[in-house]
Design a protein around this ligand. Sequence first.
Ligand SMILES: [Zn+2]
Length: 440
Amino acid sequence: MHLKRRLATAGIALGVAAASTGAALTAQAEPADPSETVTWTVGDLTGPELAELDRLGFDVVRTRGGAHVLGDEAVAEELRALGHDPEFLDTVYKEVETTAQQEGTYYGGYRTVDAYEADLQELTAANPGLTRLHDIGDSWLKTQDQTQGHDVYAVCLTAIAAGDCETDPDSAKPRFSLIAQIHAREIATGEIAWRWMEKLVDGYGTDPAVTALLDTTEVWVVPIANPDGVDIVASGGDDPVLHRKNANDSNGDCGDRLGIDLNRNSGFEWGADSTNPCAETYQGPAAASEPETRAVEDWLRALHPDQRGEDPGDAAPADARDVFISLHSYGEYIIVPWGYTSDTAPNDAALRDLGAAMAESNGYFVGTNDDTVGYATSGTTDDFTYGEFGIASFTFEIGPGFGNCGGFFPAFSCVDDTLWPENEGALMTAAQAAAAPYAD
Ligand SMILES: [Zn+2]
């Protein structure tokens, strides 16, 4: 643990130098503790090569600057045995900045699920004219034992008039829906969802843009789509567990690699992703097999009217409404559909236009899977929302791949110092476009 803290400093210096020059990264240090999980770069592998590593059970993260594999020195040796040339990039774990942590937090200030839920109850109780809290379903653990696991929560935020915040797609106001932490270890995303909700309730009546937004638009947020997974992450305390999937352990003996990837489990074009129950991208035994997936899909069906035809080539009309974003990390991308195919989405140009407008805030690279991470993904939530309803749908990959604010576990201060500020405007742009995201 102490070794990783010192190494984090080397990682910061490396990250700053690379970010400022745009130069290719070269390894400048080796992990001092061979048993510590760190980030390795594996060079310019093709999409299919990366997919193969994923299928074999490696923890692969795809970035435009080259692919990463997370693991310890033994994992690096396995990669070398397969003919790859892994180089140490950075630590996964950053220095924890405070020892005086508040109750209900871990890793310097990130909230546990229980603490987050208490905050949600408080926020919505204090703002009855602006918020409604909805229980949209159970986590997998709760479906097994009602005394365990969690409810999955959605918050509706708007200046509530009669008929607002109902789960009916025929709503008077257009809608912007946002989900976070469907991948549990992407810990900054839940905090960004919180700051988004807080901005709206605090800004109504004082910030003209927020006031106009909530007078005309319903904003919906599922801040922790995978609460069982986040419990596993937070169980590590200052050394969070790198758990991505849900907590369903009924599909094979995977040790701590258990669970289904909820962002490969959605029902639209499901079934072309990993069938290895121990892979990080395991798609599950059937489309929408997981209770968290069904909770989110049923909630989305109750919010968004179907505005697109059945054929993959059918475009949503130019006057279609509603926007959806799924928050992930990391890589600094705004990814547009499709994920499941390299075919161009029928609303491609308009999706890229809105992506570019959002990128004016965060500077992220806008493109499809092909343009960004390099290979196809099936059963993702944003393919579901675009495919089923035709609404403008995006995946954000928050944050850089290295440095103190990079990777899955950025230092907590990064949320308020960089990650929230750079994305605040992008979320406003998305919400303000909800009435007509494809309009010129
Ligand atoms: Zn993710």
